[in-house]
Design a protein around this ligand. Structure first.
Ligand SMILES: [Zn+2]
Length: 259
């Protein structure tokens, strides 16, 4: 019900006076199971319980995200123009900014040391999360480099001939009012999330072009088609295959959410 978006949330129930606390009960159960304090629980809203930020839903939400994105990513490979010079890089569970920079194609962009050096300038501007405070206090010197090395984009495409790198991200939205505005919000969220990757790359390899491409889809399978097509075009997906591509993707989203 939570994934389907038709469960009355605590946030809603307190508004109509049915219960006293707006706190998320899934987070509460997860914390009680770990023997932790249940102070300061997040408000139980639809977007909260459909996000990996909900302690009780994180595993399910993340699994749905990965399975849809995996399918989308495979479809990009399968429908790419035969003559395309764009290399849609295969990523695995271990892929992050540190492990990627052991590979030839990434080392040809810039060295890992130089990249990590520049990344610190962006990382220091990002607020330290509560869950990271212990690590931060333990070793401030290496904290920001480690943060950067652990970052992982959902996907990467490299065009070495034109010196272009695309950082790919996949986001889902759960709001009932689906459309352009949600797209803008999610787009901004994704750009913020990867700003140290893009920022560090731009500062380290100015002769290259770096672009972030965000795919945004509603949990009910809706996409803003014009936006989606523009992005597929940038990734050299064959013109004749894009309609099937989108239809197939929408089916996949609905399956992942049991619709
Ligand atoms: Zn929660």
């Amino acid at each position: 019900m939570a994934v389907a978006g038709n469960m009355p949330t605590a946030s809603f129930l307190t508004k109509i006076g049915k219960i006293q606390s707006r706190g998320c009960w899934l987070c509460r159960i997860a914390r009680e199971a770990r023997g932790e304090s249940t102070d300061g629980l997040a408000d139980e809203t639809q977007s909260h319980i459909n996000s990996a930020g909900c302690e009780g839903m994180a595993t399910t939400v993340t699994a749905a995200h990965h399975s849809i994105w995996r399918h989308l990513y495979d479809s990009m490979h399968a429908t790419q123009k035969p003559k395309s010079k764009l290399n849609i890089v295969m990523l695995d569970k271990e892929s992050n900014m540190s492990t990627l920079w052991r590979r030839e194609e990434f080392l040809r962009i810039c060295s890992k040391e130089e990249l990590a050096e520049k990344a610190q300038n962006v990382e220091v501007t990002i607020p330290v999360k509560k869950s990271q405070e212990t690590r931060y206090n333990l070793d401030v010197g290496s904290f920001f480099v480690n943060c950067f090395c652990g970052r992982r984009p959902d996907g990467i495409a490299i065009n070495e001939a034109f010196k272009i790198v695309c950082i790919l991200d996949f986001k889902r939205w759960t709001h009932r009012d689906e459309g352009i505005q949600v797209l803008e919000v999610k787009d901004a969220e994704a750009n913020e999330q990867h700003k140290s990757i893009i920022g560090a790359l731009k500062a380290t390899a100015p002769e290259w072009e770096f672009e972030q491409i965000n795919f945004v889809v509603g949990n009910r399978g809706s996409v803003v088609e014009s936006d989606f097509y523009t992005k597929l075009k940038k990734l050299d997906v064959q013109e004749g295959k894009k309609d099937n591509f989108v239809a197939d993707h929408v089916t996949q989203v609905c399956k992942a959410h049991n619709r």
